[in-house]
Design a protein around this ligand. Sequence first.
Ligand SMILES: Nc1nc2c(ncn2[C@@H]2O[C@@H]3COP(=O)(O)O[C@H]4[C@@H](O)[C@H](n5cnc6c(=O)[nH]c(N)nc65)O[C@@H]4COP(=O)(O)O[C@H]3[C@H]2O)c(=O)[nH]1
Length: 955
Amino acid sequence: MTSTDDNELGARREEGPQPLVGLSQLALDHMEQGVCVYDADNRIVLVNQRYLSLFNMSAETVRIGTSYRDVLAHSASRGNFPASELNALYTRRVKQIAAGQPFRTEQTLASGLVMSLELKPLPGGGWMTICDDVSRLARLEAELRLQTERSQHALANMSHGLIMYDADGRIVVCNERFLNLYDLDPNIVKPGVAHSTAIDHWLSRGNKADMPGDKFRDSRMDDVRARSAKAVLVTRYDGGKVQAVSRFMPDGGWVTVHEDVTERLQYEETLKQQNMMLDAALENMAHGLAFYDSDMRLRVCNNTYRQIYRLSPEQTRPGTHLSELIERSMQNGAFATEYSPQEILETARERLAHRDSSPMRRRMVNDTVISVRYCALAEGGFVATYEDITEREHAVEELSEQYRRFDAALNNMSQGLCMLDSSLRVIVCNRRYIEMYGLSTDIVKPGVSMREIMEHSCELGNHSNTTGAKLYADYVERLREGEHTLHRHLSDGRIIKLNHKRMEHGGWVVTYEDVTERHKAQARVAHMARHDSLTDLPNRTLFHEKMGDGLNQVATAGGAMAVLCFDLDNFKTVNDRFGHAAGDRLLRWVATRLKENVGEHDTVARLGGDEFAILQRGPQPQSAEKLASRLVDIIAQPLQLENQSVHVGVSVGIAVAPDHGLDADELMKCADLALYQAKAKGRGAYQLFEPEMEEEARRRHALEHDLRGALEASEFHLVFQPQVRLDTTELTGFEALLRWKHPARGLVSPAEFIPLAEENGLIVPIGEWVLRTACATAAPWADLTVAVNLSPVQFRSRGLVTMVTSALAEAGLPPRRLELEVTETALLDDSEATIEILHQLRALGVRVSLDDFGVGYSSLSYLRKFPFDRIKIDRSFVGTLGESPESVAIVRTIASLGSVLGVETTAEGVETIEQLDFVRACGCTAVQGYYFGKPCPAAEVGRAIETLNAVRRVA
Ligand SMILES: Nc1nc2c(ncn2[C@@H]2O[C@@H]3COP(=O)(O)O[C@H]4[C@@H](O)[C@H](n5cnc6c(=O)[nH]c(N)nc65)O[C@@H]4COP(=O)(O)O[C@H]3[C@H]2O)c(=O)[nH]1
């Protein structure tokens, strides 16, 4: 107590027995609790120091006699509670005290102390308050709570299962891991549950030990009783393994920790297996293996080692020194004689000292070669490996040989070859490759990149208009596409074909082939496929393509295009007379004339034989007609062949797109029809297609169709025209002329149907009918001849001579009364063969005359080749005698020619007395014409004979 208090207490002492007050006060002052006693008027009668210090109150203010209200006011002023609550607090407390029941309350003071206050009414009035600092308790409690939480947390998060029992064998605590580990029910396994119950539940969940359940339970109980802390291995319901270890506590309880050892056991098992396998592998290794310690003493070796060195297991006991091993194996005859034990040992020492683990060869007996390596170990000692490389050495030798062969093959290949790795660096390349590009062997060698090679190749000038970098970039791009072939056009004109094939393990094999010649040949073949070999003009195929293109252009862009079809008028004659070489020259000459007369965008083609065609753009048909006219004139010019001047002409048919169509075939057909007409007009003419020509063609077709049935339908008959000797006006015979009386068309002119029959070959059967009918008709005529026309086509058909023989025999007509009329055209086709036939006919005794003489080109040469009995001067000359001096000259010439050759000359088409007189004056020996008689049916021949005889008599 303070001195101030002493004064106060002194005053009190006077009020009571001193010894008691002093002791009480002393006791009060040493109390842990604060005490303050109030009288019934709520004034302090006793207060201890602890009370004042707990509330941080002044002894001057709070002392005996101080009212409770003042005490509270002072406490509020010390910040122990808000002053605003003073009245309310005072009133409430006083009321509670007045209720006569003790009560407790807690108050947190300004100092932070937590104060427990007990207010108790005192018997006989008054009351007291006992204050206790409960702050430490509260702190302890909080700490305890935290500790407990941490423990629980640790327990819950333990990786092992944990269960704790008390001395009575009841569960104190177990963690969740424990429950999960064995799939236990937390409602069964919980604090307070007996050990045996927990074991039963554990067993019921499918967990087991390596003994029956009952036995296991008993064994566990025994362990507890014996406080045996042994580890038990149990099997979980899912097959997992758990190790349980119990620890006994001083209070009699125990804790068991359960650890899931499934993986550990598996790992250990695997390790065991691995070790076993390693042992087995070591023993069964193809390589010999031996471990030595730092003293070069053997620690372990395998069987292969023993076999290589011919050592027994006894001789290779651990601890045996390497030198001993070497000596023993030498004694056992393992080594070839070239080695000494010291040498081998020394080598081993040196290699180990230098940590040289490179392989070294050891020759053993039987030509076996062992590769030995010493490999020093970090922890001391070394491992030695021994590999039998005999086979490998042989293989290497073989491989070297193969490589030499491969190298020879590679360098003797006609193709270049380059093997590239996946980063396009050269693995190997051959000589041909280097030569092909003229590369330097200093640059192109294994390891060089394709990029460097390309740069080098560019520097050599192999590739124009590019750089090595660009070339390489393009190359890489192409390789991305995979295997491919590409063609490099080198600046010297060569073409190199590069073929890229992937290699199995990455990289490329590239072959290089000089395909320049092949390309040229292919180009030639391609050119030949579309060009005529003789003239080098486009052929029919290319012409059609070009025509297609041209027509497309006309269809899309407008304009016009003409197709001109050319046919040489006299080609066959030239070919026959001068031979094929001359014919070829003629064709080339024509090709040149055509080419030099067309524009650069026009196309000249040879369609075959003597057929040519031109595609011409420009205003049409004017351009085409102009061109045709010019070419007709040019080709009509004489040409020197075999030192002779030859005349050929050309006929031209023209069709124009779009006027005559836009279809190639259609247009060609139109040009052909026009050509047909041009030829019909006479030689050396051109003709523009006219739509009527189609009609004409149709008509011709219809006529042809009817003609085919005419013979069978007996629509033919013969008429006979008299032939008269001029000097005596004697009737010498008749010319048989064919007539076709069509049921609908009426009489069709031979001039119309004979060419048609010749075109389609019908002339052969028709001609036979004519001959047989003429012979049969003439047979009864007394000594008169019958002249029958033979078509050139009949000469080409086989059996003409036989047929004539048969007709004569059949009719009983003496051969000398048959005269066969042939035209020059028959002689043109295949003159040699024709002349041979004529000789055969002559040999039969038949007379042969040359018809329509004067209109051909080579009459004189034919006259030399065959001795005709008669020359018939074409009626065109006779008909124009009055107006054409040329005709006069021709008739005169032919007549005098006949006279010189001793051949009869018949003037055809004599209609008038003037013509008769004239041809007589010219020296013709015979005539035929309307003057002496028109052709008459067979029935009228008798009368004609009579009439002519009468005329003769008159003459
Ligand atoms: N204007 C006129 N014409 C006269 C005169 N004298 C005769 N003629 C006609 O001239 C043609 C003479 O026959 P060709 O020169 O052999 O010419 C023949 C001949 O090349 C051919 N031909 C007729 N019959 C046959 C035949 O059986 N076989 C063959 N292969 N061709 C025949 O048809 C051609 C024409 O025969 P045709 O029309 O019968 O015409 C006949 C005849 O009627 C005359 O004074 N004035």
